[in-house]
Design a protein around this ligand. Structure first.
Ligand code: ADP
Ligand code: ZN
Length: 622
């Protein structure tokens, strides 16, 4: 049972939400999920990253008598969660392979003497008979199985140890179990229900929309400079830049550092110690860019990642959603930004063709890639089509994606396509994009002379478009299946079964006109909503947070999230108790950090303080 040193705290769910976590309201489904668990029901909770899954099991575990048992697969996440809970005054602990014998003994002793509210356990530990036997001697309030998709062989992260979790129901027949995941696919859901053998579970499916994330995809022209321009709006932020190869990770990190950004590389080829060091710096520092391959991702629980940028195309819509989902867990405005171009389309297709996977697998992967490419090219609301992919319908265009904010222009492109296709046809479907474009533009190159292409009727017929525009046209025709880039023949452009009708002008083709346009810049910088007049106070609050974080050896966001800091900045609380009205401040944090922040606010009284203060003391004549 929760035993916080404050006699006012009672154990109803809402009180715990307010007094321990410092939040005013439950988010959409949280309250029903929590109530079902308190009533003893099993449940499956599907909620996107940042949706607030943790509270769903933490609160009922505290309300019900006994110790809450949380199964969690990632050591880093486990430690992070336990640290966060301890800051809130909750008695949390974890059991995993990183602990020394002595540490384990301490945890066991504290459990035995009833001084534990929540215990996090790694799945491999739970599959050991002695752990189960030991746990069964305690009263367990609730069993939460986090990242429950790990039990599914269809998922991207199958863990054999998760399969043994099915037996928990038999070991603890009267304890409600809650499985939680951010993976939405129906196959995974089915596997979870079946393998965990939940008893008549209530299934909660939240919307997978992440409204605070702004999606944008820009045509790739000069990727590194486009990235720099994008990052100008994120000068003081933390974010991730994903690249496909280790080499590109290294070179991009170097380039960013040379341009005055604080960037670190991360990929599986780096020594373990360097990876750990870089990951921990990412967790602790508040304006750091991690340039990384997809090796960086699992286990990042940082709530204030303000952007995820892709310099290369991910492999599927699912991967894209998952990778960009690491931005904005705290609900604050964040960017998912990607540049993509003809090379990405060719490169990804070639990777696929060259892999030694069997035909069925390849076909599967190809259709996944095609969905992603189609999504890159959409002209209607990008968020709607992303969610549609996961079977969800948005009522109206979102107003917070590139295609909503700056609708792409389209034009009739059949004639343009005809020029291109006849050029490919006349050169024998043997050449790649580069050469074909040279012919269209009428360039006098060695290769053109060598093959006699100077004399073709299509030589120079495309001089009205730029090279980049032609690249965009080719990209769009590949994505729509009118052309293929042949991996076996160095990317030679070839016709497909649907090319001839287009060549004959029987299809009215609409093309995106995406070249002139630059990327959609955020019109207001995220940090400018701090406002000119508050800038100094904001910086002072951040400094205070940083100092406290260092003093306690925790990341700054564990002191207070940005949202909380912003509220302090806006409300400028004067008295201790006023801090409790601010979202994210419960009793434990008030005691620990409150005075320091009040001190900072007092140093920046400004107008609003004066006015409010005079109102409080009953004078209105100022
Ligand atoms: P998930 O595990 O689903 O990715 P978390 O449990 O980490 O999400 O929650 C994401 C963020 O939202 C956390 O910072 C958490 O403190 C915050 N949060 C959760 N529930 C609420 C709520 N009811 N009110 C305000 N903030 C909340
Ligand atoms: Zn939109």
């Amino acid at each position: 049972m929760l035993n916080i040193n404050n006699p006012e705290v009672d154990s109803s769910a809402r009180n715990i939400l307010q007094q321990v976590f410092g939040y005013d309201h439950f988010r959409d489904r949280q309250e029903s999920i929590i109530n079902a668990a308190i009533a003893g029901r099993d449940s499956l909770v599907l909620m996107p990253t940042g949706g607030g899954k943790s509270l769903c099991y933490q609160i009922p575990a505290l309300v019900r008598p006994g110790v809450g048992l949380v199964v969690s697969p990632l050591i880093a996440l486990m430690q992070d969660q336990v640290n966060t809970l301890r800051q809130l005054g909750v008695k949390a602990a974890f059991l995993n392979s990183t602990l020394s014998w002595q540490q384990k003994q301490d945890i066991v002793a504290r459990m035995n003497s009833g001084e534990t509210d929540l215990i996090y356990v790694a799945p491999e530990r739970l599959s050991q008979a002695d752990t189960l036997e030991w746990l069964s001697r305690h009263r367990i309030s609730l069993i939460a199985i986090d990242e429950a998709h790990c039990v599914s062989q269809w998922g991207h992260d199958f863990r054999p140890d998760y399969l043994s979790l099915g037996q928990l129901g038999a070991c603890f027949p009267d304890v409600p179990r809650m499985a939680l995941t951010a993976t939405a696919t129906p196959a995974t859901r089915q596997d979870i229900l079946q393998n965990l053998q939940l008893h008549e579970p209530v299934v909660y499916v939240s919307s997978f929309d992440r409204p605070n994330i702004r999606y944008s995809v820009a045509p790739k022209l000069d990727a590194k400079n486009q990235l720099i321009r994008f990052l100008e709006n994120h000068r003081a932020d933390c974010g991730i830049v994903y690249c496909l190869s280790r080499k590109k990770v290294e070179s991009t990190a170097l380039w960013l550092n040379q341009r005055g950004f604080n960037a670190l590389p991360y990929h599986a080829g780096l020594p373990g110690s360097e990876r750990a060091e870089n990951q921990s710096r990412f967790q602790f520092e508040d304006n750091l860019i991690m340039v990384a391959t997809i090796a960086f991702g699992m286990g990042i629980d940082k709530p204030d990642v303000r952007f995820v940028a892709h310099l290369d195309l991910p492999g599927s819509v699912e991967s894209y959603y998952q990778e960009t989902g690491r931005a904005g867990r705290d609900g604050q405005p964040s960017d998912a930004w990607m540049v993509y171009g003809l090379n990405d389309v060719v490169q990804r297709s070639q990777m696929l063709e060259r892999s030694d996977a069997d035909e069925i697998h390849k076909r599967n992967e190809r259709s996944k890639l095609d969905s992603l490419l189609g999504w890159c090219e959409v002209t209607q609301c990008r968020r709607s089509s992303l969610l549609e992919y996961f079977g969800e319908k948005l009522q109206a265009p979102c107003g917070n994606c590139d295609t909503c904010l700056d609708p792409p222009k389209t034009r009739h492109g059949t004639e343009i396509a005809q020029k291109l296709l006849s050029c490919i046809y006349r050169t024998g479907q043997r050449f790649g994009a580069l050469h074909i474009i040279d012919v269209l533009l009428g360039k006098d190159t060695e290769k053109i002379r060598q093959h006699g292409h100077l004399h073709l009727s299509t030589f120079g017929i495309g001089a009205d478009l730029s090279q980049n525009q032609w690249r965009s046209v080719i990209r769009q025709l590949i994505v729509r299946g009118f052309l293929v880039s042949d991996a076996e023949r160095f990317g030679a452009l070839r016709f497909t079964g649907t090319t001839h009708p287009l060549l004959k002008g029987e299809i009215d083709l609409m093309l995106r006109e995406d070249i002139k346009k630059q990327t959609v810049a955020r019109k207001t910088k995220i940090k400018t909503d701090v406002g000119e007049e508050n800038q100094e106070l904001w910086e002072a609050l951040r400094t205070c947070r940083k100092q406290l974080a260092e003093q306690y050896g925790i990341p700054p966001y564990m002191v207070f999230h940005d949202n909380t800091l912003k509220e302090i900045m806006q409300q400028k609380p004067v008295r201790h108790e006023e801090l409790l009205n601010i979202s994210g401040i419960g009793h434990a944090k008030l005691e620990k950090f409150g005075d320091e922040f009040l001190e900072v606010v007092r140093g920046y009284p400004g107008e609003s303080f004066e006015v409010r203060h005079s109102r409080q003391v009953g004078r209105t004549d100022q």
